[in-house]
Each structure stands twice: as structure tokens, then as C-alpha cells.
Write a protein that binds this ligand. Structure first.
Ligand code: XIL
Length: 332
């Protein structure tokens, strides 16, 4: 009940302005999240920024196969448990990332050549990991990046596709539903933010899953975007997925620029953030936006895209960037 008190003190309307991203997001019934890692949870400013601004977190690496099942049948939930415990304490929702993905996969999985064996291994992995967190997660990325970047947006030639065949995808979703009936089950990918051949392929898959009763509840658009290149049809793309009866999330938003940042680039980035966040707010079925990191200090971008960075809304000193204020305004 801070509003009445503030009103008595202020005597004007500005007290109603939300002061944090999570205040603003909560008023629209949405989640605003950040990819979070145990590696930096000991840093006071990191934790304070996370707790103050966000009502949702996604483990940045801790739920990936190489971490959760490094050897066959040997599961390690300690790092991810730490994040889930923190989220619970702070009343933040958790998005699970990720059950089936070709990257950051335990190397032993890539050695499997027998179809029945890999299917068994995949189902056991999902049963154990999603089962461990049953009832505690908002949602799961069940499968990540299953389509390639060819003009046909073909199924990516991963170990799962090559050895099991394209049915691995629906088998993964069925196993996830069995393990956790509460979590929303998402398909997640990059370069599916706008309407293009790859998002067309995902759209066709979701439509087919819905028609055949394969359990799927949401589509995650990663949103790893480039300054000045935000697709103009994000909202239309979200709307077409929503019409299929799935929720939509922006799961890994960052908007990178050539470093160093300048006032001009930061202003352009703010405008780009407005485009993405306001697209989500305009679509009833877009339920949340997750930034891929709390601060530019620890973003994955400079490591993976040399010469680029400054992609998030807090700078390396945890100061609010123009993109922060743009996102806050877009959430209202
Ligand atoms: C990245 C992490 O941010 C890095 O720390 C890690 O070294 C590599 O993976 N798409 C995804 C995420 O789905 O899991 C990736 O995260 C970024 C691209």
C-alpha cells in the first residue's frame, strides 16, 4: 500500500509512476526477467540489481545438459538449485533453460549411435531434470534451436535429429509434460522474432503439434538482436503464434552494438528496446520479456561477437542506460 502514503507526501500524480522494471511489468501482468548465473551471485551489486528490478530469472548455464548430467545417469542440480532457491526467496518466477539442445551438451551424448538408446537417454534426462523441478518452474525451454539457418530453415542436423529422427522433438515435449504438468512447455529459437522462413518453419511445427495434440504451450523468441536491425514485424509475428493458442515470450533479449557505445548509439538502442518491449505489451499472449543478463559487465556478447557489446540495459557499473528508461516506459 505505498500509493496512498506517497500521495499524502507528494500531493501530485507522479508517485504512481513505477520505479522499477518489475513494478511496471507487474502492472501489465507480465514477467520481466534476466538470465542469471551463480558465478556472480556473490557480487552485491549484481544481486541487488537483480532483486530490485526483475521478477523472473532464467539460469544462464546451470540447467544445460553438460552441467545437469555430465556423465550418463549422474545428475548435478546444485548450481541450478541455488538459483531456484534464490528466486523462491525473492518471489521471482523461473524459466527453465534448457532440456534438449545440441550446444553445451555433455560430450558423451554425442557418442550414441543407436536410436533406441538415444531416445531412452533423452527421455531419462527430461524425466530427471524436469522431474527434479516439478511444480517449481513457470516454464521450460524443452527444445532449443532445432532449425538451421539455411533458406529452407531445415531441421538442424544435431545428434538428436540424426540418430532419432525428426520425431525427437515431439518425444521431448511428451516427456516434459509427463515430468511436470504445471510448467509451460516452450520451443525456443533465435532469428524467429520477425516473420521470415525460419519463424515460418517454427509456426508450421507449432500448428502441426496443436493439431495432433502434442503438448506445447509457448514459443520463446530469443531476441539476440543487432542495433538498428530490429524486425519491424515482431508484433505481427507474436500475434500469429498467439492465434495458434500458445503463449509467447522474449526469452533472451539483448541488442548489441559495435563498441565503444556513444550517446548516439545508446539512444538508438533505447528506441530498439522500445520496439521489442512494446510489441510484447501489445500482444495479450506475450507474457514476458527476459534480458540475457543483468549487466553489460557480464554479457556473453563480447565473448561471442568480438567488437560488439553494450547490449543490455544496465552498463558495466550497473548504471541505468537509455535502454532501461525506454523499457520502463514501454512497460507502462
Ligand atoms: C550463452 C551463455 O550466455 C554463455 O555464458 C555461454 O558460454 C554460452 O551460452 N542462445 C542460448 C543461450 O540459448 O543458452 C546462450 O547462452 C546464448 C545463445
Amino acid at each position: 500500500g505505498g500509493a496512498a502514503t506517497a500521495s499524502a507526501h507528494d500531493g501530485h500524480h507522479r508517485h504512481k509512476a513505477p520505479r522499477t522494471l518489475q513494478d511496471a511489468a507487474a502492472r501489465t501482468g507480465r514477467d520481466i526477467g534476466a538470465a542469471t548465473t551463480v558465478v556472480h551471485m556473490g557480487e552485491a551489486a549484481y544481486r541487488a540489481t537483480l532483486d530490485r528490478e526483475f521478477n523472473q530469472l532464467t539460469p544462464e548455464n546451470e540447467m544445460k545438459w553438460e552441467t545437469t548430467e555430465p556423465a550418463p545417469g549422474q545428475f548435478d542440480f546444485a548450481p541450478a538449485d541455488e538459483l531456484v532457491r534464490h528466486a523462491k526467496k525473492e518471489r521471482m518466477r523461473v524459466h527453465g533453460h534448457v532440456l534438449v539442445w545440441h550446444s553445451q551438451l555433455a560430450p558423451w551424448v554425442n557418442e550414441i549411435t543407436d536410436r533406441d538408446e538415444l531416445l531412452k537417454v533423452m527421455r531419462r534426462h527430461i524425466a530427471k531434470v524436469a522431474g527434479h523441478y516439478r511444480g517449481q518452474l513457470r516454464s521450460w525451454d524443452v527444445v532449443n534451436e532445432a532449425f538451421d539457418d539455411s533458406p529452407q530453415a531445415a531441421r538442424r542436423a544435431t545428434i538428436f535429429q540424426n540418430v532419432i529422427g525428426e520425431e525427437y522433438l515431439e518425444e521431448a515435449f511428451k516427456a516434459a509434460r509427463k515430468a511436470d504438468r504445471k510448467a509451460e512447455l516452450c520451443y525456443n529459437d533465435y532469428n524467429i522474432d520477425g516473420i521470415n522462413p525460419k519463424s515460418d518453419a517454427v509456426y508450421a511445427m507449432v500448428k502441426d503439434f496443436k493439431r495432433r495434440g502434442v503438448p506445447i504451450d509457448c514459443v520463446g523468441m530469443q531476441g539476440h538482436l543487432i542495433l538498428g536491425q530490429v524486425p519491424s514485424d515482431i508484433r505481427q509475428n507474436m500475434e500469429r503464434f498467439a492465434r495458434l493458442g500458445v503463449n509467447v515470450y522474449v526469452t533472451e533479449l539483448d541488442i548489441r552494438m559495435p563498441t565503444p557505445p556513444t550517446p548516439e548509439k545508446l539512444a538508438a538502442q533505447a528506441a530498439d528496446y522500445t520496439k521489442v518491449v512494446s510489441a510484447c505489451v501489445a500482444v495479450r499472449r506475450c507474457r514476458g520479456v527476459t534480458l540475457w543478463g543483468v549487466t553489460d559487465k557480464y554479457s556473453w556478447v563480447p565473448d561471442f561477437f568480438p567488437g560488439e557489446g553494450a547490449a543490455l540495459v544496465f552498463d558495466e557499473n550497473y548504471a541505468k542506460k537509455p535502454a532501461y528508461f525506454a523499457s520502463l516506459a514501454a512497460l507502462k
